[in-house]
Design a protein around this ligand. Structure first.
Ligand code: DP6
Length: 321
């Protein structure tokens, strides 16, 4: 039987950075994210009776060796749980460029969890799908749900506010077209191992999470934006302080951050966040999104902007990938 699923990327406003249990892929900090409409991954999985290496096709092409191995490890867990032994055929398509370093692992492992569980005949509730997706990539657990989503230290994930309940937007400013050099997984392991700021990061994260949760529940954009910028800058400061330091930004990233702050000072309510790559995501009210996209598009070096509204969680079934 084939399984089909679609999931959207999510962007963390309070970041997960560090693992408290690498084998179970449990985060060392809670996190809070917004699932985005449009940045989606569609995945089809089929298990065959014959054993052998899994076939993994990304946008029609065989996956590179590390991705193939990561997907295979993930599918081994699904096979063990369902009592299957045959190889899988995985076809996955993204509606955004994976090479640009946008959050493809979140939508990717959420869609893979949904499609693989369905193909294996496992009937899993959303919380179980989130726990499964987390084993592939912790941020993927949040993409099981739409809108604003929180993940706690035990990996438990829940929706705080549904996508239609709050008119906010994320404007993505693309600042590079090459893949990121240090993956999130490697970057956070290196940070935990040797950044002297890591204990402070862990100690201060619960207060950020509580502030962001309260802001989301109150629909207070200024409070959410303020804590989102703080969490982002703290995560990057912590990574920069590792030995060797991990620098995800390029010069354009910094110019976009400065533009966000200067437009905010001039009265446009907008705040930035940045993940393990050079792109900037700007949080603003939906009514301001066209203006935010216009002012970020003219920052020298920005080669594209995309406006994303809050999006839905995982959907199962539908037409073929
Ligand atoms: C900066 O979920 O990609 O985007 O669990 O090792 O796959 P693994 O890491 P991943 O890390 C995401 C890091 C982040 C912040 C976040 O999404 O919370």
């Amino acid at each position: 039987m084939a399984g089909l699923a679609r999931a959207q990327a999510n962007i963390a406003l309070v970041k997960y950075w560090g693992k408290r249990d690498a084998a179970a892929n449990l985060p060392a900090t809670g996190s809070l994210s917004l699932t985005l409409a449009g940045f989606s991954t569609r995945t089809r999985v089929e298990f065959e009776p014959a054993p052998g290496p899994d076939l993994v096709l990304l946008d029609g092409r065989p996956a590179d060796a590390p991705t193939q191995a990561r997907v295979q490890r993930f599918l081994d867990r699904v096979r063990a749980r369902a009592g299957l032994s045959g190889r899988a055929r995985v076809e996955t398509r993204n509606t955004f460029p994976t090479a640009a370093g946008l959050a493809s692992s979140a939508s990717g492992f959420a869609a893979l969890a949904g499609a693989a569980a369905q193909a294996a005949g496992l009937d899993l509730a959303p919380a179980e799908l989130a726990a499964l997706a987390r084993l592939g990539s912790a941020s993927a657990a949040r993409s099981i749900y739409g809108g604003f989503v929180e993940m706690d230290l035990d990996g438990a994930t829940r929706q705080l506010v549904p996508p239609e309940a709050w008119d906010v937007c994320m404007v993505v400013a693309l600042t590079a077209d090459s893949p990121k050099r240090v993956s999130s997984t490697d970057g956070m392991l290196q940070t935990a191992a040797c950044s002297p700021y890591y204990p402070a990061w862990l100690a201060s994260a619960p207060a950020d999470l509580a502030a962001a949760r309260a802001a989301v529940q109150a629909h207070d954009l200024a409070a959410l934006g303020e804590v989102a910028e703080a969490s982002c800058l703290k995560m990057h400061a912590c990574a920069l302080a590792a030995r060797p330091g991990i620098l995800y930004w390029n010069g354009v990233t910094v110019e976009v951050m400065r533009a966000v702050r200067s437009h905010r000072a001039a009265g446009l309510p907008v705040w930035f966040t940045i993940d393990a790559g050079p792109h900037v995501k700007a949080l603003c009210a939906a009514a301001d999104s066209a203006r935010v996209a216009a002012v970020l598009a003219v920052v020298p070096g920005v080669f594209g902007t995309q406006v994303a509204t809050p999006g839905p969680g995982l959907s199962l079934g539908g037409e073929d990938a």
